[in-house]
Design a protein around this ligand. Structure first.
Ligand SMILES: Cc1cc2nc3c(=O)[nH]c(=O)nc-3n(C[C@H](O)[C@H](O)[C@H](O)COP(=O)(O)O)c2cc1C
Length: 406
């Protein structure tokens, strides 16, 4: 019963009630979280994760991390003081002797949450590289916190169009208030007569979002092939050295039809297929180099959850014929760009989404961008850890209910 309540996020765990007052309260952020106190030996050395942060939430102090399955509400400021000392590696035996020692169990819970980590001081190599794999070392703090908190799956906060300040702050205007001064009127200079509109400008003006798809006329595999080939296929590959020195690393590149910051092309397309003529329902990776679809054995209930979330996000009556997840190989960008990596990735997503919108319009198909992603669901479906490769965008694709030819 307790396990089931926990899986639905209905439990929090009070800690330290022996002194009749909670030291901390653990608030699970993920359904899979279950508090575990692994055994810590007195000789172990602990340090705070560089992803952990302490902040005020209302009248409370909370300690959290994008790596943690739970956050910790700190009720006693002495606990925060004791934890602050862990910004430098400390032996447990030494910590025990200090005043305000928070207790082995709490330390073990924080190690389990990856808020604290065990380090091998003898190994050297720097704390950043000892925290996890190379993919984690490449993430900056702000980028991983942004990724885990602006998507779904790794936190329990409400998200989506919630209008949190409606009634408190008036809605910002659709169009910016005018700058004062003289204007240069462009209207007379830009003709809108149809014969002067180029085919591309026509596609731009016809582009719109389609959220309802025609169940009787699914998209065909041939159309999927044309769509992917035109929007995402690798067009050219080359290598170049980082600089002119002998031992400079050589970096490989693969150009695609849309623009990408630094020519990184870190974005991968995954197709969840609900209905497509000539292609079985399921989950596929688009191999942009070989121009091929590779089936991935995802579980039915996960596919259903993915489609249900898309349906909800579009306020649609049925799932899209195809749901494209745009996933990023984060390290490909952060290896070069460090602190601006995540922002570049989101800009790349904008470029690929508009490319997909325009191609869908050109082919008489319909599409719609979707602003939410569940990073935990994707990790479960692919078996890839959330910080290695994960969803950063979604696009629903299919033959619209009112497509030309109806
Ligand atoms: C980044 C982004 C996220 C979006 N997310 C959603 C979404 O979650 N659900 C939805 O129905 N439409 C979504 N849209 C589509 C917009 O609602 C749509 O582009 C906008 O209303 C303008 O309409 P149009 O595309 O038909 O011109 C999104 C568009 C963008 C660019």
């Amino acid at each position: 019963m307790v396990r089931r309540l926990a899986q639905h996020g209905l439990l929090e765990y009070r800690f330290g009630a022996v002194r009749k007052k909670d030291d901390v309260i653990i608030e699970p952020q993920m359904a899979i979280y279950w508090p575990r106190t692994l055994k810590l030996s007195p000789g172990a050395t602990l340090v705070l994760s560089r992803f952990a942060y302490l902040r005020r939430r209302g009248n409370e102090m909370i300690l959290e991390s994008p790596l943690a399955g739970a956050l910790v509400r700190i009720c006693d400021p002495r606990i925060a003081t004791a934890l602050a000392a862990l910004c430098t590696p400390q032996k447990i035996s030494g910590l025990r002797r200090q005043r305000g020692f928070p207790g082995l169990e709490l330390l073990a819970l924080l190690v389990d949450c990856k808020i604290l980590l065990k380090v091998d001081v003898a190994s050297g190599g720097g704390l950043r590289l000892s925290e996890g794999d190379e993919n984690l070392a490449l993430w900056d703090f702000h980028d991983l916190a942004f990724h885990a908190r602006s998507t779904e799956g790794r936190h329990a906060n409400p998200s989506g169009g919630l209008y949190p300040y409606a009634g408190v702050i008036s809605p910002p205007p659709a169009v910016r208030p005018r700058w004062p001064g003289k204007t240069i009127d462009l209207r007379a200079l830009s003709s809108t007569r149809s014969e002067t509109i180029s085919p591309f400008a026509r596609i731009l003006s016809e582009r719109h979002s389609t959220r309802d798809f025609d169940d009787k006329r699914p998209i065909t595999l041939g159309e999927v092939a044309r769509f992917l080939g035109a929007t995402a296929r690798v067009r050219r590959k080359w290598k170049s050295k980082l600089d002119l020195t002998e031992d400079a690393p050589e970096v490989a590149y693969a150009a695609r039809p849309y623009p990408s910051g630094g020519s990184a092309y870190e974005l991968e397309l995954y197709l969840a297929v609900a209905s497509c003529e000539g292609l079985a329902s399921g989950f596929y990776h688009y191999d942009a180099d070989r121009h091929a679809l590779v089936p991935i054995a995802a579980r039915q209930h996960e596919l259903k959850t993915l489609f249900a979330a898309a349906e909800f996000a579009m306020d649609a009556a049925a799932p899209p014929q195809i749901l494209i997840t745009v996933a990023a190989r984060f390290a490909r960008v952060s290896w070069k760009y460090g602190s601006i990596a995540y922002s570049l990735i989101l800009k790349d997503v904008g470029a690929v989404i508009q490319t997909m919108y325009l191609m869908a319009t050109d082919m008489g198909l319909g599409g719609c961008a979707i602003g939410t992603n569940n990073i935990d669901l994707f990790a479960n479906m692919t078996g890839i850890e959330f910080h290695v490769e994960g969803p950063v965008g979604q696009f629903a694709l299919g033959r619209g209910r009112n497509a030309v030819g109806d």
